[in-house]
Design a protein around this ligand. Structure first.
Ligand code: NDP
Ligand code: 2IT
Length: 448
């Protein structure tokens, strides 16, 4: 045991030395290494092939300038990135994030996680992530279009339906994907599935918008069922109010939970009567069309708005972080458990600080880490790629059934590799199950 701890420590030191200052990347890799290094002990073929070492060095990173013109005629310059992490089991695949906080560390952590997540879906997709420090807040539709075109004017060289297939993430939804797809089509003169998350009228898939949020709740449903419990009748707190949060809340409501909170970067609303479908439809319009603030919900429905706060102090049985990384601190995690939380399903990527994750695992609550819980989004992206290749589209019911089956299968893989006595450690299960497929493909395809 001491030897394994030493190996983990020395691996972590090497990682920090090679990637100085990239805290989010260190955090994501360390969480995986803590499960994988013990797993490798009696599997010398993986050790000899240096799988973990190779997987912590992305295949390639592209960084480029994005210059564009704002509505006043000023020239603006941002930085664009694409981290192509691994194409071992399929073309690179992963979202694009537009947010001022975007950095190499954040995109490297996201791309690393994506490789494991995509492996868990069972579909042939490698891992990647991209984005820009561009801040879309307050920008006009035309400015968004010009930025997306300028971004794609660089990115198109590096992507394609058999190479790398980007999609949405924070700050990138159907509108931005549409502008990027249009520019890709103009530059290549090809109408192909080089992006997913497209609108329905030009090759998008039904259920893609819903997929991440619904999938996160399906995972929670399966974890609770595994313990003989259910969602109906429970209270839930959700953070965020964007794509993932909206559809996580919607599925929770459909399954009979009472959703108490939503948030954005300015604070959270607390609605003790519960957010109904009607109120949620207002949020979809507020955030998706008007691009307003969640505080407007509190004004409209006369409930509390807590400025600059996160919702983790609100008492509830279920918690679904759906905004951003490291939004649940170790103290927040402790508070959640003290307040009686028994289920956490992560819609956002790496929303819980490392100590908080450890605390959830030790507390033996039903805790699904992001790479398992939010894999439904990229899974339906994979189904969009299939439909584009076949030049047909499946029905909503067909896609929801496939999404449900994929989430059930991910839950089952976590149970298979994460069961410890009478408890399932979903972090360990997801890391090991995700790792095996990628590692076996790396061995089969040689030292690259
Ligand atoms: P959106 O841009 O639609 O919504 C993001 C939400 O999170 C907004 O409410 C936003 O508030 C809030 N938020 C963003 N950054 C911060 C921050 N630094 N502090 C506080 N609040 C913040 O993004 P998505 O819903 O698509 O993404 C949410 C999370 O889910 C991300 O972690 C993403 O990586 C993950 N994810 C997304 C998938 C997808 O298919 N879209 C798939 C899998 C995971 P505000 O409006 O004030 O900016
Ligand atoms: O983090 C994620 O899985 C996403 N943002 C979705 C990626 C995709 O390719 O659909």
């Amino acid at each position: 045991m001491a030897k394994v701890q030493e190996q983990i420590e020395s691996f972590s030191q090497g990682l920090i030395r090679r990637n100085p200052g990239e805290h989010e990347f260190h955090q994501a890799v360390n969480e995986v290494a803590e499960n994988i290094i013990p797993f490798l002990q009696d599997r010398p073929h993986y050790q000899e092939a240096q799988i973990l070492e190779r997987l912590t060095e992305p295949d390639r990173i592209v960084i480029f300038r994005v210059s564009w013109e704002d509505d006043e005629g000023n020239v603006r310059t941002n930085r664009g990135y694409r981290v192509q992490h691994s194409n071992c089991i399929g073309p690179y695949k992963g979202g694009i994030r537009f947010h001022p906080s975007v950095s190499l560390s954040i995109l490297k952590f996201l791309a690393f996680e994506q490789t494991f997540k995509n492996s868990l879906t069972g579909l042939p997709m490698g891992g990647a992530k991209g984005g820009s420090d561009f801040n879309p807040k307050g920008r006009s539709n035309r400015e968004i279009m010009r930025f997306c075109q300028a971004f794609m004017a660089q990115l198109w060289h590096h992507i394609g339906p058999y190479t790398d297939v980007p999609a949405g993430d924070i700050g990138v939804g159907e509108r931005e994907v549409g502008f990027m797809f249009g520019q890709y089509k103009r530059l290549t003169n090809q109408f192909v599935g080089a992006l997913t998350g497209k609108a329905l009228h030009f090759g998008g898939s039904l259920i893609r918008a819903e997929a991440t949020g619904y999938g996160t709740v399906y995972m929670l449903e399966d974890m609770l069922a595994h313990r003989g419990d259910k969602i109906a009748g429970k209270t839930a707190i959700v953070s965020g109010s964007g794509n993932v949060a909206q559809y996580a809340a919607e599925k929770l409501i459909q399954l009979g939970a009472k959703v108490l909170t939503l948030s954005d970067s300015s604070g959270f609303i607390y609605d003790p009567d519960g957010i109904t479908q009607e109120k949620l439809d207002y949020v979809k319009h507020l955030k998706g069309v008007e691009r307003g603030r969640i505080s407007e919900y509190a004004e409209k429905y006369s409930c509390e708005f807590h400025a600059d706060k996160r919702p983790w102090g609100v008492e509830a049985a279920l918690a679904l972080p759906c905004a951003t990384q490291n939004e649940i601190s170790a103290d927040d995690a402790r508070l959640l458990i003290e307040n009686g939380c028994i289920g956490v399903s992560e819609g956002a990527n790496m929303p819980t600080e490392k100590q908080g994750c450890d605390f959830f695992v030790e507390s033996k609550i039903a805790y699904a880490p992001s790479k398992a819980a939010n894999a439904g989004g990229v899974a339906v992206s994979g189904l969009e790629m299939t439909q584009n290749s076949m030049r047909l589209s499946w029905t909503r019911d067909e896609l929801d059934r496939r999404l449900r089956d994929i989430m059930r299968d991910i839950h089952q893989k976590c149970v298979q590799y994460g069961t410890e006595g009478d408890h399932v450690n979903y972090v360990k299960g997801a890391n090991i199950a995700g790792f095996i497929k990628v590692a076996d493909a790396m061995i089969s395809t040689g030292i690259l």
